[in-house]
Structures are given as structure tokens and as C-alpha cells.
Write a protein that binds this ligand. Structure first.
Ligand code: CMP
Length: 395
């Protein structure tokens, strides 16, 4: 019984495919996080804070109560996951408490408890509540991906930060020596000059403090140019890591989809790897048209899950194709327009093989190519031979 509850709460909080109670629980938590962020923002509007102060406070207490129950529940059930790392009843839970998401959950509730326990001024801790928005990372794959990218690239980013600090110090020092005589107020010390250096290096350039001497202006020009190079560094690191992460994710998704297709089971792992690199996963909703009769053929599709209906025209029964079957090959083989319209009969996971890669596959994997050509020929013969309700679909 206890194990059941443990497992059930775990699934409610961690389920990825949201439906039923899990949808209610996780959807409710997402709404509560959004409402909290809105409350923190609105509370800074003086008239609203005055008029609805008690309501804001009550909302804060209720939210923290719910987030506390959520935190306790996550801590209770973290041992039920598949990761061995968190399995131990004590060490597993301690490890879980140190994960970034668990720390964010703690930060979301801590200010109120610190305020209540130590009589701290809540006002100063109020703004920490805006960090609750980070709780959304759990539900947003894009935010989670960004977090992973920054973590994976931490060394490169730390290097870029060190370079930035060094250049900031050198620029501030240089401009301090050049300008302090003319503008003792703005450039009276190196820390004062850092404000200007920061604005110039980040290419923000407020213009509230500007060098007046000729040498000062030359230095400013150089610093501005350096700024561009220095800002591009972390941006480039994050952008390329983002693309890599995307590719890696696509690769994993494609591989697992391909594993579901019996047609490819005959291939050896290195060949599957070749194929995974060129296949693009595509998800379509019921009734979406995937290929349209008469259009030019640019891809072939393999069904990983779901069903697609081949519509051969008036008076012909649509032909249903299921997992493991493919379509869209005829136009590519014959270099002719699409012979039929194919739409999703229900939600489908497809693997799309672009025409160029299709031709390569046919050349490099003749055994597979031969089979595809044979099936395409049988389909063509069935279409020509049967004016109404095509015979058993060749697959
Ligand atoms: P293509 O002509 O490129 O686009 C429409 C696709 O429908 C076609 O390729 C085949 O993959 C598929 N198709 C056409 N006729 C049949 C059939 N008789 N049985 C199964 N699939 C078919």
C-alpha cells in the first residue's frame, strides 16, 4: 500500500505525458507559478499594493503552503525514480536536495519561512520570490535545454567571463589614467571608471560618462571594438552548444523511433546510425495532409507509430498504412508527381527521408533499395489494375 502511494505520487509529479490527475496536478502547479510571478510584479504597483495588500499576503501564504507540500512530496518520492543515484532513502534524498531543481524549489519557499522564523523583514526578501519563475524549467523543455547547455559549456563560459573581467579592468585603468585630470568626478578612481568601461564593453554605451581627451577617445574606440569581440564569445559558445544539443536530441528521438520500425531491423547498427543521421522525426495530427496528389515529391516517409490513409481518388477505398510501412517512395523512384494524397488517420510519428538521402540510401543499401522498389512496383500495379477498391494493400 505504502509502495503504491509512493509510486503514484511520483508519477503524478514526474509524469511526462500529462493526462488525468497528473495533468491536473502539474497543470495546477504551472498556473500557480505563473500567478505567483504575476503577483510579485503587480505588488510593486503602489495603488494595487495598497488596495489589495491583505489579498496579496493571503495568496503568498497559500502559495508557500502548496509549494511546501510539493517540495516535501518530491523529497518523499524521489527514491522511486529510475535513477540509482537517488534510490537510497537517506543519501538519495540528500543528493536530490542538492539538485538544481530541488534548490530552486527550496528558494521558492525559504523567504517566507526565514521571515517568520527569524523575524526578518519580508520586504527585502520579497523580490527573491521572482525566482519562482525558474520552477517552470521543470515543465519547459526549451528552458531545461538552455540550463543544460549553460552547464555543459560552463568551462568555456567561465573562460569568456575571465577574459571579460581582465579587459574590463585594463580598460578602466587605462581610461582612468587618461581622463582623471579632466573629469575627476567620473573617472576619479578605477572603480568609478569601471562603470564607463562596462557600458562601453557591453556595447550599451549609455553616454552619461564619455572621455573628453583625444587619447581617451582613442581608448574608447578600441574598447568599443574589443567589446564586440568579447560579447560575441559567450553568445557563440551558447548558440553552437544549443544547435549541438538539438541535434543530439533529434538523434536520440530518431533512433528510438527507428527501433520501432520492423522494416529496418534487418540493418546492422552502423547502417542504422547512417540512416538516423539523415532521417528527420516528424509528428502529425489526425487529418493532416502529409503528401498531396500531383505535388512534386521531396521526401519519403516511414511510419513509426499511428496510421496514415492513402487516398487514391473518388470511388476508391482509402488504403491504411501502419507502423513499419512507408509511403512517398513512388514519386522519388519515378521522378513523377505524387500519385495519391496521404493524410494522417490518427496522430502519427513519422520519419522523413529527404529525396537526396533517399537516392543515396537506394545506392548504398541495394538490399533495402530493392525491397522498396519492389513494393513501389506492386503498389503501382495495384493502382493501375484495380479501378475500384484496391486489393489488399501491398506493404
Ligand atoms: P507517392 O506517389 O510519392 O505519393 C503518394 C504515395 O501513396 C505513394 O508514393 C505511395 O507511397 C502511396 N501509395 C500509392 N498507391 C498505394 C497503394 N496502392 N498502396 C499503398 N500505398 C500506396
Amino acid at each position: 500500500m505504502r509502495k503504491n502511494l509512493h509510486q503514484r505520487v511520483y508519477e503524478l509529479l514526474e509524469a511526462r505525458h500529462l493526462r488525468g490527475t497528473a495533468l491536473f496536478v502539474q497543470g495546477g502547479l504551472i498556473l500557480l507559478i505563473l500567478a505567483n510571478v504575476a503577483a510579485v510584479v503587480l505588488e510593486t504597483v503602489e495603488p494595487l499594493a495598497v488596495a489589495y495588500g491583505p489579498a496579496f499576503d493571503a495568496f503568498e501564504y497559500v502559495s508557500v503552503a502548496i509549494f511546501t507540500v510539493e517540495y516535501a512530496a518530491r523529497l518523499y518520492v524521489c527514491t522511486a525514480g529510475v535513477r540509482e543515484h537517488f534510490r537510497h532513502p537517506l543519501w538519495g534524498r540528500l543528493r536530490f536536495m542538492l539538485t538544481p531543481m530541488a534548490l530552486i524549489d527550496l528558494v521558492a519557499i525559504l523567504p517566507l519561512f526565514l521571515g517568520l522564523l527569524f523575524g526578518l523583514d519580508l520586504g527585502s526578501l520579497r523580490m527573491v520570490r521572482i525566482l519562482r519563475v525558474l520552477k517552470l524549467m521543470r515543465y519547459s523543455p526549451a528552458m531545461a535545454m538552455l540550463g543544460r547547455v549553460v552547464y555543459n559549456e560552463r568551462r568555456g563560459l567561465a573562460g569568456a567571463l575571465v577574459i571579460f573581467i581582465v579587459v574590463l579592468l585594463l580598460s578602466a585603468t587605462l581610461v582612468y589614467y587618461v581622463e582623471r585630470g579632466v573629469q575627476p568626478k567620473a573617472f576619479g578612481s578605477i572603480p568609478d571608471s569601471m562603470w564607463w568601461a562596462m557600458a562601453a564593453l557591453t556595447t550599451v554605451g549609455y553616454g552619461d560618462v564619455t572621455p573628453l581627451t583625444t587619447i581617451g577617445r582613442i581608448v574608447a574606440g578600441m574598447v568599443a571594438l574589443l567589446g564586440i569581440a568579447i560579447i560575441v564569445l559567450p553568445v557563440g559558445i551558447i548558440a553552437s552548444a544549443f544547435v549541438d544539443e538539438h541535434k543530439r536530441r533529434d538523434f536520440t528521438v530518431t533512433w528510438s523511433l527507428l527501433a520501432e520500425v520492423p522494416f529496418f531491423r534487418q540493418l546492422m547498427a552502423p547502417r542504422i546510425a547512417d540512416l538516423v543521421r539523415v532521417l528527420r522525426p516528424r509528428f502529425v495530427r489526425t487529418d493532416d495532409v502529409i503528401v498531396r496528389k500531383g505535388d512534386e515529391g521531396d521526401s519519403m516517409y516511414i511510419i513509426a507509430s499511428g496510421e496514415a490513409a492513402v487516398d487514391l481518388g473518388p470511388g476508391r477505398e482509402p488504403i491504411l498504412l501502419g507502423p513499419g510501412q512507408f509511403f512517398g517512395e513512388m514519386a522519388l523512384i519515378e521522378r513523377a508527381p505524387r500519385s495519391a494524397t496521404v493524410r494522417a488517420a490518427d496522430e502519427c510519428k513519422l520519419l522523413e527521408l529527404p529525396a537526396k538521402d533517399f537516392q543515396e540510401l537506394m545506392q548504398h543499401h541495394p538490399e533495402l533499395g530493392g525491397e522498396i522498389t519492389k513494393i513501389a512496383a506492386a503498389r503501382k500495379a495495384a493502382n493501375v489494375g484495380a479501378p475500384s477498391s484496391a486489393a489488399a494493400p501491398p506493404s
